[in-house]
Every structure is written in C-alpha cells, then in structure tokens.
Design a protein around this ligand. Sequence first.
Ligand code: AMP
Length: 308
Amino acid sequence: MGKLLIVGTVAFDAIETPFGETDKILGGAATFISLAATQFNVDSAIVSVVGEDFPQEYLDLLANKNIDISSLEVVKGGKTFFWKGKYHNDLNTRDTLVTELNVLADFLPVVPENYKNSDIVMLGNLHPSVQMNVINQMTEKPKLIVLDTMNFWMDNALDELINVIKHVDVITINDEEARQLTNEYSLVKAAAKIQEMGPKYVVIKKGEHGALLFYKENIFFAPALPLEEVFDPTGAGDTFAGGFTGYLAQTENISFENLKNAIIHGSNLASFCVERFGTERMQNLDKEEINNRLLQFKKLTQFDIELQ
Ligand code: AMP
C-alpha cells in the first residue's frame, strides 16, 4: 500500500447548473481528490486550510473515511475559501462568478512528518507557490509528482505556476487551459510545449469528451462514459485526479502502461461525480457499481479490427 499526499483547496462551493442551484456546500479540489482516492488501498493525507466557519460535520466526513486531516489547518476567526460557478447549457463550460481566497491568501502548508516520504504527491488546484512549498518539504524524492491547476492561477500567478511545473512529472489540465498556457490551438502541439516545460506526462481533460495522455511520441485516449444523467460537473477533474493518483499509489507502478489504467480509473470515478451536486455521489459509492462501470468502459472502447 502506497502513501498519497494530497494538496488542494478544501472549500465552500455554490453551484448553478441548468438543473438547479446550491447554497454553500462542501467542495474544493483536495476534497474531491481525497474522496476518489479512498476507493483504493492507500494511506492518504490532506494538506490544506479552512476557516473557523467550516462545519465539524465536513471534517468528520473526511476523517471517517480514514483520510489523515491532521495537516488540514483550521484558522481561528478565518473564513474558508469560497468558489461560485455557473454552468452553461452544454455543461462542459462554466463561468466562475466568485473566487474568495480568504484563509488561502496567507496559507503556509505543513506536510505531516510521516508523509514527507510519500510515494505519490498530488498537487491539486491551489496557489502554485503553496504547491512548490510542499514539494520542497519532501525529504525523499516521490515516485511521482502530479500537478493540477486552472486558468485562475495562469491569470494571477503565472511565473510561480511556470516554476512549479518545472518540478513535476505529470500535469493534468483541461483543454482550454492547455491552450491558454501554451498559446497553441492544437492539443498535440500544446502537450509537446508543456512537456518542454518539465512534465514527462501531460494529461489533457476534455470534459464529456474524455482525456488524452501524452508521453514522448505516444498518445493514449480514454473516453468519458456517455451518461444518462449529468447533473453537476464540479469536481470531475479533481475526482479524475484522485482516481488517477489513488490507483497509482495502490499499485506502486508508474510505467506508461499503468498510467493508462490509472486514466481509466480516474475517468470511471469522475463519471459518478457528475451525477449529483457537489460531493454527494462520491460519499457513498460501492465497489460493485464501480466495477460494473469499469466493465462498461471496457465494452465501450474494445474492438477487434482486421487490416484489409
Ligand atoms: P473541477 O470542477 O474539478 O475543476 O474543480 C472544482 C473545484 O475546484 C471546486 O470544488 C472549487 O472549490 C475548486 N476551485 C475553484 N477555483 C479554484 C481555484 N482558483 N483554486 C483552487 N481550487 C479552486
């Protein structure tokens, strides 16, 4: 069993979709990542920060799933990071209406002693200098460092972001963000440019159109499962990252072949995430439904063609 260190926001989200809207509910990149990773046989810990307004019930939810939250700092008198987003009718695109950094603005992460030798480090979405600070605290070189980010940090902390990208093995990024980061429309060219910036592997997420994994001159594609019910895509990218890194930490194998399987596990878990608002669907998933969907993935993509 490998050790997985997770960094990212733990947040309040307010979400508007064509199907309804929510008030402040549990969200945040590290929340979705860690919930997805609990589906694997791994030890995981979150490094993050919340304010005093963050309900004990949410902390218990994470702790009861055996996620180590000893380095989830609670700032006395502070307010939790808040994000509000509104999805367009296609559910693939959204506008950020509000980003309030609150306690995240002055956050100094502290990696727990027993996670300084983690096998996999998942740097979820948050300030790139916090992501870099976490890398610097590792006492042993992790087998794999994975970074996720978003346009907000490209707009607000580009130099720090470029610096942390130099130090990671894998980057997961959505298609529009890959284009923004590289000024390339072609995702193949964008991925090549990102590889030149540091990461050996580039994962480009395309929402309901699946995900691409680039490694040297190889490209692997995983579709997203066509679903009857898509309710709220929030957290799908983070759930993907949690499934991806959770599986890699469990198997302790970071070969390209195994990264392909990790992409499928990530896509599989993300397909559940979008079926309800926020983290609701991820809180009570069982192994049987996960395995059934993995079989659907296999069926969807397997074919046996003979060359003429
Ligand atoms: P995703 O839908 O996977 O891109 O992630 C959505 C989650 O990211 C939400 O739960 C938000 O709380 C969180 N989030 C939104 N904006 C940011 C940001 N600028 N930095 C870190 N996390 C964010």
